[in-house]
Design a protein around this ligand. Structure first.
Ligand SMILES: [Zn+2]
Length: 314
């Protein structure tokens, strides 16, 4: 005959005791936080969940208060990531880079990154040193805060020309003729090469190049391109370009001063090469120098703002 001890470690009462001890231990060793959420639609009720800070608990109690005030308890399965964790808040950054480093053309590029996925826009000023509204407006644009996407601003593309107050510095050449004129060609100096690589490496979607003309395009007595947008007709750029012109012309009463859309930026220009060979949507923006500097800067900024707001970035 086998003698059965009164208290076996496998006995029913022992298992109940283990379970009880385990429950108590679990309660004291698990860091539980309570969270109450009230819902009002379609019916009004409150849910309190007790979240374990570890995933060791298999079940968590969830209290549900019924609309009539009575409450009932449910066993709620706790799995890793039971409560969706919010994405970490995006971090906006402003980075400054030196373009054409260690050369006489050294100039600063500002990269404003919202930290949120979106379009990449590049705005260039000062390709021509005697067109101040462009580089002065670009200097303001570099301080914008973005809702999404990334903005690259090169306010003083040709710093030597700006310092000289000329289209290009003496002994130099027109920066807007140094970009590739065929897919296999290379930019013609280190400055153009760096700018072109920035556009390529950042997968720029839109490029605005800020310029000025000496008169109004609508003054047929001159051949000036003042108050125009010269865009490259590809990559569906037209609708946005039309929006910008409409937006500007709404506030310009005098017909002579209104903006006109032209096509094909000149060969060798950054707008032309980036559109033709890198698939960028691009345009040259030209204000007329017949207006005050303040008006011209404001028009440049207004166009940049319209582009950015159309893209949902402002
Ligand atoms: Zn120009």
């Amino acid at each position: 005959m086998i003698k059965v001890s009164k208290f076996s470690i496998f006995s029913k009462s022992a298992i109940i005791l283990y379970f009880f001890i385990a429950t108590i231990l679990l309660f004291f060793t698990t860091d539980v936080t309570a969270k109450t959420i009230s819902y009002s639609d379609p019916i009004s009720y409150t849910v309190t969940t007790y979240e374990a800070s570890t995933s060791s608990l298999e079940y968590l109690p969830t209290e549900i208060l019924e609309p009539d005030g009575s409450s009932s308890y449910f066993r709620y399965k706790a799995v890793e990531g039971m409560s969706p964790k919010p994405d970490p808040a995006p971090v906006a950054t402003i980075e400054t880079k030196t373009v054409a480093k260690a050369s006489k053309y050294e100039t600063k590029l500002y990269i404003i990154d919202s930290g949120i996925k979106g379009p990449v826009v590049m705005i260039i000023g000062g390709v021509h040193g005697n067109e101040p509204a462009g580089y002065m407006a670009a200097a303001k644009v570099k301080n914008y805060n973005l809702k999404k996407g990334k903005l690259l601003v090169l306010p003083e593309a040709n710093k030597l020309a700006i310092e000289a107050g000329r289209r290009y510095a003496s002994g130099g050449s027109d920066l807007n003729r140094l970009f590739p004129q065929s897919k296999s060609a290379s930019p013609k100096n280190i400055l153009a090469k760096d700018i072109y690589n920035i556009i390529k490496d950042n997968n720029v979607d839109w490029l605005m190049d800020m310029h000025e003309g000496f008169d109004y395009y609508k003054n047929t007595a001159t051949n000036s391109v003042g108050q125009t947008i010269i865009y490259y007709p590809a990559n569906n750029a037209i609708s946005t370009v039309e929006d910008i012109v409409k937006h500007l012309n709404n506030d310009i009463p005098k017909s002579l001063h209104k903006f006109t859309i032209l096509r094909y930026p000149v060969q060798g220009s950054v707008a032309r090469s980036s559109a033709e060979f890198l698939g960028v949507k691009s345009f040259i923006f030209e204000t007329s120098m017949k207006q005050t500097l303040a008006t011209r800067i404001s028009l440049q900024e207004k166009a940049a703002q319209k582009l950015l707001s159309n893209l949902g970035m402002l």
